[in-house]
Ligand binder design. Structure first.
Ligand code: ATP
Length: 402
């Protein structure tokens, strides 16, 4: 098996290179694993994607990338490989699987902490914990294939712009999450760690996003499903029938986020908790939605109403830090949020094969789409269509050592 190694020196607390040299290189040496090229320390955004793509243009067959970074660098590699027209060896060779050894050196490490749920905060920072994927590579060689969420950003019908594809291995979102990522990037240099996301969240909590959504059925079930907290299972959505499985959702939206492969966006923030408890069969996305007009106390749209709902949304989404407690919440008749009863669910938690998001022309922020932290903008008059896909066999696509 051919092996490459990449360190992102600026991600997380900027310790990836030191972590690799101190803890990873000695284990590779001991196991007599030889790299196919000198370890790459990236010098700029885009470097990891270029490096891996160029490698596949000169060498054929499956290979492994030992990646000391966060989710964004993995996204960059997958995004670049998916969107670069094949040339060199890659143009004529059969597809080859790329398997990642993950070393969690980023800020949030959503994929790593979902595949290796830490037992405690202390556990998550221990060297032993951070070497779990490497140990799997050196010992068992077991991998899990990655589901990808492919989001096509289509321009309006008569535009000359070509469609673009955003590739996610973790999250594809619009609304609050996309706005937070958009604003957090600007704060990266001045506000360290996860604090920049909290700061960006505070700036955006009171926004609503005008769009219409269609959810598509998952391949395995043929339906769009909705989480039923009382029965603790996904059940077909009442609108999703065998003959007409699509589900339409009208806005405004406060939160719209889908995940693949993960049940959390940070070690303790389990936003789609049942992705792990009740794993999907086949390609599927877990989608969490907050629509303010489901709140019985929201009778009109005004600044005060949005600010009051923002407080509620903050508390509700905070449930993700309590082991996914947000998924059971219901409205009382007066709009109070309860942990029991039979009122409307506050959070709509769907499992589906994909979604289409068509933003209202006049709402600029509703045009933002986030794919694993990278923010894209839908052209005016365009739409975003996201579909879950998994590798057809173990000789193609992407995987992670677990
Ligand atoms: N040398 C570099 N200089 C500047 N940016 C880089 C460099 N190397 C990689 N990048 C970019 O850094 C970004 C952030 O990296 P990454 O997401 O891996 O870390 P993070 O944001 O700290 O962690 P996480 O995604 O887990 O929150 C990526 O978009 C990547 O393209």
């Amino acid at each position: 098996m051919r092996v490459l190694a990449i360190c992102n020196p600026v991600c997380g607390d900027a310790s990836a290179v030191q972590f690799y040299e101190t803890h990873v290189a000695p284990l590779l040496k001991e196991a007599t694993v030889e790299l196919d090229a000198p370890v790459l320390t990236t010098t700029h955004d885009g470097h990891a994607g270029q490096f891996v793509t160029q490698y596949t243009e000169s060498v054929e067959g499956p290979f492994t990338v030992i990646l000391a970074s966060g989710d964004g660098t993995l996204h960059e590699i997958v995004q670049t490989l998916t969107n670069t027209p094949p040339k060199g060896v890659r143009a004529s060779a059969p597809p080859a699987r790329l398997s990642f050894v993950l070393l969690p050196c980023g800020t949030a490490n959503a994929l790593y902490s979902s595949l290796f749920p830490p037992q405690s905060e202390e556990d998550a920072t221990s060297t032993d914990y951070k070497l779990s994927s490497l140990r799997a590579f050196l010992a068992s060689g077991t991998t899990v294939p990655l589901t990808l969420a492919l989001t096509t950003l289509s321009p309006p019908p008569r535009s000359h712009n070509p469609p673009r594809t955003a590739v996610s291995a973790v999250v594809a979102s619009t609304s609050l999450h996309a706005s937070i990522l958009h604003d957090a990037e600007a704060l990266r240099a001045s506000v360290p760690g996860l604090e920049r996301f909290k700061r960006a969240a505070a700036q955006n909590l009171a926004r609503w996003y005008s769009a219409s959504v269609t959810l598509f059925p998952a391949q395995a079930t043929g339906r769009v499903e909705l989480w039923d907290p009382a029965a603790r299972r996904f059940a077909p959505h009442p609108q999703s029938t065998e003959s007409d499985p699509l589900v339409d959702l009208s806005g405004p939206f406060a939160y719209f986020l889908s995940t693949a492969n993960v049940d959390r966006l940070e070690p303790a923030f389990r936003i789609t908790p049942h992705a792990r408890d009740v794993p999907p069969k086949g390609p599927a996305l877990d989608v969490v939605v907050l629509r303010p007009e489901r709140d019985p106390s929201v009778e009109m749209d005004s600044r005060e109403v949005r600010e009051a709902f923002a407080e509620k949304a903050k508390a509700v989404l905070g449930g993700a830090y309590e082991d996914g407690a947000h998924t059971v919440l219901r409205y009382a008749e007066d709009g109070c949020v309860l942990t029991e009863g039979d009122g409307p669910l506050v959070v709509e938690y769907f499992r589906c094969g994909g979604w289409e998001w068509e933003p209202d022309d006049i709402d600029d922020r509703a045009h933002l789409v986030c794919a694993d932290g990278e923010v894209f903008t839908i052209d005016k008059g365009g739409r975003a269509t996201c579909a879950a896909v998994i590798p057809v066999d173990d000789k193609s696509g992407f995987a992670v050592f677990v």
